[in-house]
Design a binder for this molecule. Structure first.
Ligand code: CP
Length: 344
């Protein structure tokens, strides 16, 4: 257990040690029990959290805002499109000023090619912790909640050798960042899991992600393999995470977009055509029946219930999506408690 996480930023879980992640999960379990028992736990009384959102959110915004209240802090919701960022305030100036008013800056910026850089720039200048609520590359808060949910289901000490499949699925709602599969592919091998990454051609994760995931697996006894066969990913899996993500390589060829605008998530004609070829990549009941007896279906949400997954799966006995979503509350509270209120 680590007792000095006060003042830490959370941009990616890759920058936190396993010991720090475990301390965070220990804290999340403790806070979850307190929440269940209505035991007050206002460790951040009178503190202020600035919540900057460049993109839409249901779970992340509300778990963070409710969590801050439950910890005794106040969270300001800041819609980035209504801030002076629109008239030229830089990430540096925004971070310098907000950090002089309060105790943490949390930010969601999923703009492809710019979100992570923006949050890192704020962290460079902030006097208080900067917490990434999802960017174009990473979603550490989702990763923590997912790990907690898996550990709750299978027992915390038994993740070694667990077969976890991260599976691309067809969806047309909007162009989703690669941040969830990237975070999971990097994190799960650190807990000894046997990770399968399944996707059709054109939806590769960046090479550096795979190289890092392989390194994480090598150091921690996990594995990572890639397949382009969806059935193979479901066969014998203990955990399936079928979810859409946008095409990183197609987008990375474009010039990075202006940091001022919200995430460019509208699908282009080229992207729609690439998607159309892969409509068969859907989580069906028939595929779910190939998984292990005690398997779980996970999804960070929002799900495209028409295209990504059949209702019988997402509403079925293996689905654990609401527990996964609830754990967003307990884990973000743990992160705020340790980084804002923890010892340095
Ligand atoms: N999973 C997740 O981040 O959900 P929101 O986009 O609703 O915050």
């Amino acid at each position: 257990m680590v007792t000095s996480m006060g003042g830490k930023h959370l941009i990616t879980l890759q920058e936190w040690t396993n010991e720090e992640i475990d301390t965070c999960l220990d804290t999340a379990y403790d806070l979850k029990l307190k929440f269940a028992r209505k035991i007050p736990h206002a460790s951040l009384r009178d503190e202020t959290v600035f919540m900057m959102f460049f993109d839409e959110s249901t779970r992340t915004r509300n778990s963070t805002e409710a969590g801050a209240t439950q910890l005794g802090a106040h969270a300001h919701f800041l819609d980035a499109s209504k801030m002076q960022i629109q008239h030229g305030d830089s990430a540096k100036d925004t971070a310098m000023i907000l950090s002089s008013y309060g105790h943490a800056i949390v930010c969601r910026h999923c703009g492809w090619g710019v979100g992570n850089a923006y949050i890192r720039e704020m962290a460079k200048y902030s006097r208080v912790p900067v917490l990434n609520l999802q960017c174009d590359l990473y979603h550490p808060m989702q990763g923590l909640a997912d790990l907690m949910t898996i550990q709750e289901h299978f027992d915390r000490t038994k993740t070694q050798g667990l077969k976890v499949s991260i599976i691309w699925c067809y969806a047309t709602a909007h162009k989703k960042p690669i941040s969830v599969p990237v975070t999971q592919a990097l994190l799960f091998p650190r807990y000894g899991m046997e990770v399968t990454l399944a996707y059709p051609e054109g939806y590769e994760l960046p090479d550096w992600v795979i190289a890092q995931a392989e390194e994480n697996a090598r150091k921690n006894g996990g594995t990572i393999r890639i397949t382009h066969n969806i059935r193979e990913a479901f066969e014998g899996a203990d955990v399936v995470i079928p979810k859409n993500w946008g095409s990183w390589y197609a987008d990375s060829k474009k010039v990075p977009t202006d940091e001022k605008r919200a995430g460019n998530t509208t699908l282009t004609q080229e992207e729609l055509e690439r998607l159309a070829k892969n409509k068969s990549w859907k989580c069906t009941q028939e595929l779910m029946d190939l998984t292990s007896e005690n398997s779980i279906y996970m999804h960070a949400l929002p799900a495209d219930r028409v295209n990504e997954v059949e209702d019988s799966v997402i509403d079925g006995p293996h689905s654990i999506i609401y527990q996964e979503a609830e754990n967003r509350l307990h884990t973000v509270k743990a992160v705020m408690d340790l980084t804002m209120g923890g010892r340095r």
